[in-house]
Ligand binder design. Structure first.
Ligand code: IMP
Length: 444
């Protein structure tokens, strides 16, 4: 049975939630491995819309195993809220949702610090989701962090005292005078959360490897996107975790030798939220038109997303960094009304054309996109299930992407609903779904 990782090939918001939901019938479990409640996807269940941030969207599929891996930072209060909403809607997960004892705890003070830092930075702000993700990962790296299993530790209050005093000092230096809650109050809160989450806490590294031994197949669900990875993204305008394929190993304890390949999710154009370089960004009416047609407003923060044309420099880089075997191209229908569809195929930097993504931020900030303009199709593609029904120009657009990026497009999404997905039965997708594409087609 195959285990696959699913990765955003841009700056997040590529539509991974829908693709995970679509592919669930081909897997036994879905595993999150990094990030926290900065991620967000909306999924439909029994005519209701759910906004899930921490829990993998697989939870809505009866019997699907769900794991929140050690690489995540988890706000227990937020998690309990999400679980309660699911429970109210009739979703049952008691025997199939597991949280790593080694995942780090994100505390309310981390969010306070995240907000205060962003406010202090003014124009230079990263534009974080203000959830406390950066401070929580900093605590982990500096070895002051609390892990989910530590919520039961006898010295919990003392450990909280150390963390809180550090955060308090920094908050004061940023001009926040309001004191944090006392370590004793925090400890009480933490113990309450711990009791409620206890039934789902496990050494998930053990669990996941045992499941693989038993022949189960797992889908590792990346949050954010390649260009937001703390190592490989547009640093410092990134999130604080490894959102690329490598993170699936460190963030779950499943070794690279047990992961069989990567599915890349690529939006037919580009968006990003927050600050940072974005060479293919379009200003003005065309950008506004894309934002409205694509409903490009953040799931977590509601912020309008910056919009741009598809950037194959970015997509090629994502293919390389993640070893993408197969691509799910999303939101093609958003481009349906354009006369022409430009694609960024390279950058002019310092008087020369480059086709690889530079590490240097200044080069990225000054990069002038080199555009190739393709003919638009000006016909609806919504819900197209048969390749033969795609407008010729839309097919050319897909072919062009495959050539430029160097991986086959095997899923083509032309609407938010599961059934609005064209599936090409290509070998790369069949392999990563363990030959269970028939099941995916049945439930599409
Ligand atoms: P943080 O993850 O909240 O620290 O934010 C760091 C950067 O990542 C900011 O530019 C955010 O807008 C961006 N970001 C974080 N999560 C997501 C996501 O799920 N989709 C898109 N951008 C995100």
């Amino acid at each position: 049975m195959a285990n696959a990782v699913i990765i955003g090939m841009q700056w997040g918001d590529e539509g991974k939630g829908k693709i995970v939901d679509l592919l669930c019938p081909a897997f036994d479990g879905v595993v999150r491995y990094q990030g926290g409640h900065n991620a967000g996807h909306t999924v439909r269940f029994r005519d209701q819309h759910f906004s899930l941030q921490l829990i993998p969207s697989g939870v809505l599929h009866p019997g699907m195993l769900c794991v929140l891996g050690n690489g995540m930072v988890i706000a227990p209060d937020h998690m309990l809220g999400e679980l309660a909403r699911l429970y109210e809607a009739g979703v049952r997960f008691d025997d199939r949702l597991f949280v790593s004892n080694r995942a780090h705890v994100l505390l309310p003070c981390h969010a306070q610090l995240d907000k205060a830092r962003e406010e202090a930075k003014g124009q230079a702000r990263i534009g974080t989701t203000s959830r406390g993700i950066g401070p929580a990962y900093e605590n982990k790296a500096s070895r002051f962090g609390l892990r989910m299993g530590d919520l039961f530790a006898p010295d919990l209050e003392e450990r909280l005292r150390v963390q809180l005093s550090k955060v308090q000092v920094e908050l004061e230096s940023l001009g926040v005078s309001e004191p944090l809650q006392s370590p004793a109050t925090y400890a009480d809160q933490c113990r309450g959360w711990a009791e409620r989450l206890k039934p789902s806490l496990r050494d998930t590294e053990q669990l996941l490897n045992t499941w693989i031994d038993e022949g189960k197949s797992l889908l590792f669900e990346g949050a954010q996107g390649t260009l937001l990875d703390v190592d490989h993204g547009t640093y410092p305008f990134v999130t604080s975790s490894n959102s690329t394929a490598g993170g699936a190993c460190t963030g779950t304890g499943v070794p690279p030798t047990r992961i069989d390949g990567a599915i890349g999710v690529l939006k037919a154009y580009t968006t990003r939220v927050g600050g940072g370089p974005f060479p293919a960004e379009i200003e003005g009416a065309a950008g506004e038109f894309l934002r409205r047609r694509g409903n490009e407003f953040g799931t977590v923060t509601g912020r309008p997303r910056r919009c741009g044309w598809l950037d194959t420099v970015v997509a090629r880089y994502a293919r390389m960094i993640n070893g993408i075997d197969t691509i799910a191209l999303t939101k093609l229908d958003v481009l349906d009304e354009f006369d022409e569809v430009p694609v960024c195929i390279g950058y002019q930097v310092g008087g020369r054309m480059i086709k690889e993504l530079p590490a240097d931020l200044r080069s990225l900030e000054t990069a002038v996109p080199v555009l190739r303009t393709l003919k638009g199709w000006r016909r609806t593609t919504v819900g197209t299930l048969d390749e033969a029904d795609l407008p010729r120009e839309a097919k050319d657009y897909v072919d062009f992407i495959e050539q430029e990026v160097g991986a086959p497009v095997t899923l083509l999404s032309t609407g938010p609903r599961r059934e609005e997905t064209l599936i090409r039965e290509h070998g790369s997708l069949a392999r990563l779904t363990s030959g269970r594409l028939g099941k995916v087609l049945e439930q599409r």
